[in-house]
Design a protein around this ligand. Structure first.
Ligand code: ATP
Length: 296
């Protein structure tokens, strides 16, 4: 298990991390979210010793992380760190050897991963000859080549087309299912909502919200009710208390209501006004939960 405990880091006047806490267990796929500049990259870099924190701890299986532990980690950094002129299979194999694989083992693993990502026929090409999406795949192959126990990915979905996003999502999910601890940052919250059971949302260097996506959505202070009333004789919404209209499309309104809202009275008001053809009640999306969390 990876544990980041009360991590703090300042760059001069800028407090990049003001006390970040998170845990990723083996087999868990954790979404690490936050607005631009929140501190996600700084946190991830500290796992690899690329940032020296001012305070706090980063532990793997309960102990400070050693160089030996890091051989068992895979990292896909935001500024993709591959060599443009190296041949693709050699590049992936090279990363395997850096992580302790033998030359033969590294080449075999590189071949396997290039095949897995549909890049077998590009293995003798150079990175600079690949499209952006294929460069992303190669970067992921380089992070996976040594079968890491912990996989840390900084915005792995950035710039991918929908097919690439789907493929990347499947790879991350299958890595977690095979027992790897996986943490990735992303600004694509609908995707995170589909992929992850758990998220950590940071804002201005500190955790704003963390937990199971399902619970965070259910516990959100606001939620939306959609009501469609045909043949309405009045603007029935106006008489309701403690609701806010957030959308209106003909006879259909979307209301923002508080957590403890009396849905019965909303339905009764709608029924009194006309024919109710839709009454649905949904917790907010992860996107709305995120916006609430980072705007406080
Ligand atoms: P994004 O979503 O835009 O990638 P992020 O959440 O990854 O953002 P970080 O890159 O960790 O955010 O940056 C956190 C803060 O620390 C920002 O204010 C950034 O400008 C600052 N920062 C990060 N690295 C350095 C550095 N080497 N020197 C000075 N300031 C830095």
């Amino acid at each position: 298990m990876l544990e980041v405990i009360d991590l703090k880091k300042s760059y001069g006047e800028i407090a990049a991390l003001r006390g970040v806490n998170l845990r990723v267990a083996k087999g868990q796929l954790l979404g690490f979210l936050g607005p631009n500049g929140a501190g996600k990259t700084t946190t991830m870099r500290s796992v690899f010793g690329l940032v020296a924190p001012d305070a706090g701890e980063v532990l793997w299986n309960g102990r400070p992380i050693s160089d030996r532990d890091r051989l068992r980690f895979g990292y896909m950094p935001e500024e993709r760190g591959l060599y443009p002129r190296m041949r693709n299979s050699e590049q992936v194999a090279y990363f395997g050897m850096l992580h302790g694989l033998t030359q033969a083992g590294a080449h075999a693993a590189a071949k396997r991963w290039l095949g897995e990502f549909g890049l077998a026929d590009r293995s003798r090409d150079r990175l600079e000859e690949l499209s952006h999406g294929n460069q992303q795949r190669l970067q992921l192959a380089a992070a996976l080549v040594h079968s890491p126990e912990l996989l840390v990915l900084d915005e792995p979905f950035a710039g991918l087309d929908p097919v690439g996003v789907g493929a990347m999502g499947e790879i991350l999910a299958s890595q977690a299912a095979a027992g790897t601890a996986v943490i990735f940052s992303s600004h694509q919250l609908d995707l995170v909502e589909d992929l992850c059971d758990d998220v950590v949302i940071i804002n201005e260097g500190a955790v704003a919200l963390a937990g199971a996506v399902r619970r965070l959505r259910a516990d959100a202070p606001h939620r939306h009710v959609q009501v469609e009333v045909h043949n309405s004789t009045s603007d029935w919404v106006k008489q309701l208390e403690d609701v806010r209209i957030v959308g209106r499309d003909g006879d259909r309104v979307t209301l923002d209501v508080g957590h403890g809202a009396d849905l019965g009275s909303i339905l009764a008001a709608a029924q009194a006004a006309g024919d109710v053809v839709e009454f649905s009640y949904e917790p907010p999306s992860l996107n709305e939960v995120f916006l609430d969390a980072v705007s406080q």
